[in-house]
Design a protein around this ligand. Structure first.
Ligand code: NAP
Length: 244
């Protein structure tokens, strides 16, 4: 295919499933992660087994110097950047009265600044190509109030807003920007929810199951096809009906 997708947080969970799905469709993958070398190498092996190229890049997306260095390397290694999946994110739930500054800063830095840093670096290249697609991974928490998630939901609300503005700014350059807002998805992130609370959450999902990382990957891959060539600035909620 000769197309390249950059996937942030591609070593585990939703990012890994998206990387594998896009690899199975023929995309070469530039896979970013933060710290877990073992998981990144394992993901790289699984991806290359699909017959495409996969390079891994350790960089904290909230750190602009690391992001610039990473994209410099990506541009050296791959001819084009056709897709950016802004996915690397963290959740650190706490009720308003218990929020720690350190946790607040980390969430704002990774979940908002990180998305802007990577979109800026990728769209520089996409603008010169006059084509590209950016998918921002948001969350149902951006449209559904969950006690304990005011920081997380604020960051994901920001992702929805920046999706719209980026879409408007970048449309003249042939770049589409959309977001997917998953509900509860069975990744390491969701495994941190205590058992009784997880059951309560499951009960609230009309489709009576948590989503899978593959559900999200399938949705993201569909958005990259010609079927959605005229859509930009939209947030697709993929939550089994949770937010209804
Ligand atoms: P996950 O299983 O915890 O995986 C997180 C991934 O992001 C890992 O690859 C991790 O790399 C990477 N990462 C974390 N901080 C990073 C940073 N500063 N720079 C670069 N990479 C970083 O998470 P997930 O559940 O797949 O979630 C992925 C995205 O989906 C997030 O944006 C999350 O908010 C969103 N989401 C998840 C759910 C859900 O139910 N799971 C629902 C809605 C939305 P290392 O392992 O190296 O740290």
């Amino acid at each position: 295919m000769g197309k390249t997708a950059v996937v942030t947080g591609g070593s585990r969970g939703i990012g890994k499933a998206i990387s594998l799905k896009l690899a199975s469709e023929g995309y070469d993958i530039a896979l970013n992660y933060a710290s877990n070398d073992e998981a990144a190498k394992a993901a790289q092996e699984e991806i290359t087994a699909k017959g495409v190229r996969c390079e891994i890049y350790k960089a904290d997306t909230s750190d602009i110097a690391q992001v610039k260095a990473m994209f410099k390397d990506i541009k050296k290694n791959f001819e084009t950047i056709d897709v950016l999946i802004n996915n690397a994110g963290v959740v650190d739930d706490a009720y308003l009265l218990m929020i720690r500054q350190e946790s607040l800063d980390r969430s704002l830095d990774i979940n908002i600044k990180g998305y802007i840093n990577c979109a800026q670096a990728a769209s520089l290249k996409m603008c010169s190509q006059k084509s590209g697609k950016i998918i921002n991974v948001s969350s149902v928490s951006s449209v559904l109030a969950v006690p304990g998630q005011c920081v997380y939901s604020a960051t994901k609300g920001a992702v929805n807003s920046l999706t719209q503005t980026m879409a408007k700014e970048l449309a003249p350059y042939g770049i589409q920007v959309n977001a997917v807002a998953p509900g509860f998805i069975g990744t390491d992130m969701i495994k941190s929810i205590p058992g009784d609370l997880a059951e309560k959450y499951l009960d609230a999902v009309p489709m009576k199951r948590f989503g899978t990382a593959e559900d999200v990957a399938d949705c993201v891959a569909s958005l990259l096809t010609g079927a959605f060539a005229y859509m930009t600035g939209q947030v697709i909620v993929l939550d089994g009906g949770l937010s209804l």
